[in-house]
Design a protein around this ligand. Structure first.
Ligand SMILES: Cc1cc2nc3c(=O)[nH]c(=O)nc-3n(C[C@H](O)[C@H](O)[C@H](O)COP(=O)(O)OP(=O)(O)OC[C@H]3O[C@@H](n4cnc5c(N)ncnc54)[C@H](O)[C@@H]3O)c2cc1C
Length: 313
């Protein structure tokens, strides 16, 4: 989200932008997976809208059919819209990416700054992109790895803050089911305590033609079990899910792991800028803008503003 928001804004200002992503699809943590006929969101489950800028984007996306309102609250309605992607959360990212030059399956290994610009290379040393400026929006530990393999030094105080930023993990159980479950209306349940933070029925959410549930394990459990044997953890999650599975039969299930699910404590500024002469590197993502889709969007826009200011200088 941060990268797409930044790229759209920089491109709209008349500059040439290339978006690189290591994955085979756009969206990062806006992630939708298919298991047979089932469609399941396994990262972010929904989004809310607070600021004008994000609201403008969501209005446009809704008109284009990329997003739709899911509900107005889980458990009790509170009047605030919870949005979903039309065919899963990636629908929003795919729609945002339409006007952009996005190059997928490009894993950035190193970033360096020279007199000719900011150079981004893969693990074989092949240049993936060379530009005057770069906006880097991976989770912070991955940004630091790219800098470490290259020659970008954020400066000691920023580097200290970046190194101090930790993320909570999330283990997700994806289950294609058949039969009546105990997942309450509107097909989404949010919890402050207990084994899960969120449970979604992707069919009632409106994205899956067949019954399919997503369970997000609590942060403490996810961190504690993250590196344990996948098969054991998968079985444990199925047992933990039993009270909500009710009478339904699990047809197929998968475990999905998010090592960097969200920042424990976001940084103070929406973006940070590392300047090296005529070349600027701006950092963005939910660790800067806040641990939500709108936070990532705001951060991407702030990074685009920072680059625009550097270009104007
Ligand atoms: C399980 C879960 C549930 C969530 N639920 C919600 C929710 O209900 N509502 C909500 O608002 N938010 C939710 N969030 C948070 C929300 O998804 C994030 O805040 C937001 O999507 C982060 O966007 P981002 O652009 O900062 O990062 P990301 O989405 O992580 O994007 C970073 C991108 O960088 C790419 N990348 C990383 N390293 C490299 C590299 N070396 N080379 C090339 N590309 C690279 C990745 O492939 C990825 O596409 C949830 C997150 C998770 C994981």
């Amino acid at each position: 989200m941060a990268g797409l928001a930044a790229a759209r804004q920089v491109q709209a200002a008349g500059h040439t932008v290339t978006v690189l992503d290591k994955s085979r699809g756009v969206g990062g943590r806006l992630a939708t997976r298919r298991i047979g006929d089932a469609v399941l969101d396994h990262g972010a489950q929904f989004f809310t809208v607070r600021g004008d800028s994000f609201s403008g984007l969501v209005d446009e996306a809704a008109k284009a059919g990329a997003v739709a309102e899911w509900c107005r609250g889980f458990g009790e309605e509170d009047g605030y819209a919870r949005w979903r992607g039309d065919a899963g959360m990636t629908s929003l990212a795919k729609w945002m990416a339409q006007p952009l030059d996005v190059q997928l399956a490009n894993h950035v290994h190193a970033i360096s700054v020279g007199s000719d610009g900011v150079r981004v290379v893969d693990a074989t040393g092949t240049t993936l992109a060379l530009g005057n400026h770069a906006i880097v929006t991976a989770p912070i530990p991955q940004i630091l790895t790219m800098f470490g393999h290259g020659d970008v030094a954020p400066g000691s105080s920023l580097e200290q803050s970046l190194r101090a930023t930790s993320y909570f993990a999330t283990l997700a159980l994806l289950a294609v089911v058949n039969g009546p479950t105990n997942v309450a209306e509107p097909g989404g349940m949010q919890f402050e305590t207990g084994p899960f933070t969120f449970i979604a029925d992707n069919q009632r959410k409106g994205i899956s033609p067949v019954q399919a549930l997503t369970f997000h394990a609590a942060h403490e459990y996810s961190l504690r079990r993250y590196d344990d044997d996948d098969e054991t953890v998968h079985g444990e999650l199925l047992a933990m899910a039993a009270p909500w599975l009710g009478e339904a039969t699990v047809v197929e299930s998968q475990l999905k792991k998010w090592r960097y699910a969200g920042p424990v404590k976001p940084l103070t500024n929406r973006t940070e800028v590392i300047a090296a002469g005529a070349h600027t590197i701006a950092l963005a993502g939910d660790a800067f803008g806040g641990p939500k889709i709108e936070g990532a969007f705001n951060s991407g826009q702030a990074a685009a503003d920072a680059v625009a200011a550097a270009i104007a200088d």
